[in-house]
Design a binder for this molecule. Structure first.
Ligand SMILES: Nc1ncnc2c1ncn2[C@@H]1O[C@H](COP(=O)(O)OP(=O)(O)OP(=O)(O)O)[C@@H](O)[C@H]1O
Ligand SMILES: [Mg+2]
Length: 157
């Protein structure tokens, strides 16, 4: 009688996200690294309840247009590498395309972003999926709010 069962994809996604995002400081690290990679010169961080209630990181980096904002939260989606050779020539802090997807999997996620050539976008996501998207007025740059971290992964919490 086999006792080993293959876990379904929803559970494996949550476990994998918990490996990238282990604690509040992992979220802050990943978001700040993204701001630095976006060439921000100003980055602000705000934590409520030590970050478990809300983490907000905002920057004045290059921002994202609507298509990139939607792509950015998908697993294995990155603007930083595109082929195997690129792994030998990394000049950014991130390159895996994992961080935002992992954060989105274990929190209530809101992103506001705008580039110098596009309209501002506000996107909310839950359980790895986009819940709403709207056009907004926003300065060039990106603000990400991560609420209720680990609400669906009690062991990590
Ligand atoms: N603050 C930001 N400003 C502009 N673009 C951003 C910002 N944060 C994320 N992005 C875009 O979203 C993509 C996905 O971000 P994510 O952090 O998930 O992956 P990554 O930085 O490419 O790799 P890693 O998982 O190693 O951090 C980035 O490649 C980048 O294009
Ligand atoms: Mg990153």
């Amino acid at each position: 009688m086999g006792t080993i069962k293959k876990l379904d994809q929803h559970i494996t996604n949550l476990i994998a996200a918990g490996e990238v995002i282990e604690k509040v400081s992992s979220v802050v690290k990943e978001l700040v690294e993204n701001s630095i990679d976006a060439l921000a010169t100003n980055i602000s961080i705000s934590l409520t309840d030590g970050g478990l209630k809300e983490i907000v990181v905002s920057d004045n980096g290059k921002g994202m247009d609507e298509a990139d904002a939607q792509m950015s939260i998908l697993p294995h989606a990155t603007s930083k590498i595109s082929k195997e050779e690129d792994l030998f020539n990394i000049h950014t802090l991130g390159f895996r395309g994992e961080a935002l997807a992992s954060i989105v999997a274990v929190s209530l996620f809101k992103m506001k972003t705008c580039t110098k050539d596009s309209k501002g976008i506000m996107l909310t996501a839950k359980d790895g999926k986009i819940v709403s998207m709207a056009t907004i007025s926003h300065p060039v740059g990106t603000e990400i709010s991560v609420r209720n971290l680990f609400y669906n992964t009690p062991v990590r919490k």
